[in-house]
Design a protein around this ligand. Structure first.
Ligand SMILES: *Cc1c(COP(=O)(O)O)cnc(C)c1O
Length: 385
């Protein structure tokens, strides 16, 4: 008798194309491993070609890029920064680190993105910045948000961590606010070998200072360009440079971006088409992509009807060797969030919607068959319970 052993389908596996290895060896052979060299420049050029933003600095993480943005706009004690409660800790941490009070706003259940109308109401004379998060790589309503920011003279920093190869109309996400930040963490569409990020500087006047902040507060970049004859300490800063080994990995992934995206979209639409029936029956909700937004297939999530159903489904999928995961615990309910921020108005959706959300496996090396297996397990669950 044949015994079929189900292989564990993990939630994520970091993307490996194969081309990374050669570039990493090239970097090693170049005997130049620190930041700001050949592969670092190539990665920044490729990102510029993709996004249309001329001033991009790669960073060790999206967290680091957010911290650089906070330094660049001179966040200080007493400033307020508005952002969604439903996000990763770094969105808030980068600004809290510099003394800002975090004002959390509620979300729109359709997209899990921040509610732009609430942003306008949350603005006070202390508001220094708004940090929209493009959840699942799906754009926030940037026209409306930029109009509000301009009217009140406030900075906008797009947390586009999940939004590589995603657009608002024709504009790449991260290029619309004063700053944008990408993540190349291994859970994102492309990675620079586990950790990585980028800062997009859409207001050119900040570029020179950004380079200085990345180089420990020195004008070392200018020195290498021959613009000054020695370099020295000129401003506050830190070490936000990326090693050539990581940059080499990133170059390979940027060159293979189309391949990666084709595969991710295939998986995404497999889920979407096979789960439509369950949505029609009112068992689950599927993601909604507004007309102004594109879909970069960063994430596939479903929403169950309650926390209880969601948690049961996680358990049942686990029994079928399928790893599915919930997402952010709203920041305003966390220990640090209570201390460093406050929720503006009513929590009508953030807690409720986050409790229903479940993310399904989606990564480059999985097959269409894997997605079918997940859909079948989900369908079985709802047919049996
Ligand atoms: C992944 C992520 C981050 C953090 O990115 P790192 O590169 O790990 O620092 C920040 N914000 C959001 C919305 C993310 O999804």
């Amino acid at each position: 008798m044949e015994i079929k052993v189900l292989q564990l389908l993990p939630f994520n596996k970091p993307t490996v194309l194969g081309t990374e290895k050669k570039y990493i060896w090239d970097a090693i052979d170049s005997h130049q491993l620190c930041g700001g060299k050949e592969f670092g420049s190539r990665a920044e050029e490729l990102l510029s070609q993709l996004t249309g933003c001329d001033n991009i600095l790669i960073t060790p993480s999206c967290t680091a890029a957010l911290e650089m943005a906070a330094i660049l706009i001179d966040i200080k004690q007493g400033d307020e920064v508005i952002l969604p409660s439903y996000t990763f800790v770094s969105t808030a941490n980068a600004f809290a680190l510099r003394g800002a009070k975090i004002i959390f706003v509620d979300l729109e259940p359709d997209t899990m993105n921040l509610d732009v109308n609430l942003v306008e109401q949350a603005i006070t004379e202390k508001t220094k910045a708004i940090v929209p998060v493009h959840y699942a790589g799906v754009a926030c309503d940037m026209n409306a948000l930029m109009a509000i920011a301009e009217a009140h003279n406030i900075f906008v920093i797009e947390d586009a961590a999940q939004a590589i190869d995603s657009y608002y109309g024709n504009e790449h996400l991260g290029t619309i606010g004063h700053f944008g930040t990408f993540s190349f963490h291994e859970t994102k569409n492309i990675t620079s070998g586990g950790e990585g990020g980028a800062l997009l500087i859409n207001d050119n006047t900040f570029y020179e200072r950004a380079e200085i902040i990345r180089e420990k507060g020195t004008d070392r970049s200018k020195f290498f360009r021959g613009a000054v004859d020695k370099y020295s300490w000129v401003d506050i800063g830190s070490s936000f440079l990326v090693s050539e080994l990581q940059s080499a990995y990133l170059v390979a992934q940027l060159e293979g971006l189309n391949l990666i995206q084709e595969k991710r979209k295939l998986i995404w639409y497999t889920y979407f088409s096979q789960l439509k029936d369950l949505e029609a029956k009112g068992k689950i909700e599927l993601p909604n992509i507004p007309a102004f937004a594109s879909n970069n297939a960063h994430m596939f999530y479903i929403k169950c009807t309650s926390l209880e159903v969601r948690n049961n489904l996680i358990r049942v999928l686990k029994e079928s060797q399928i790893q599915s995961v919930f997402h952010y615990v709203p920041l305003h309910s966390s220990t640090a969030g209570k201390k460093l921020g406050k929720f503006f108005g009513e929590d009508s959706y953030t807690t409720k919607e986050s409790e229903k959300l479940l993310r399904l496996p989606l990564f480059y090396s999985m097959g269409e068959g894997d997605a079918c297996r997940v859909c079948e397990a989900i369908s079985n669950y709802f047919n049996e319970y």
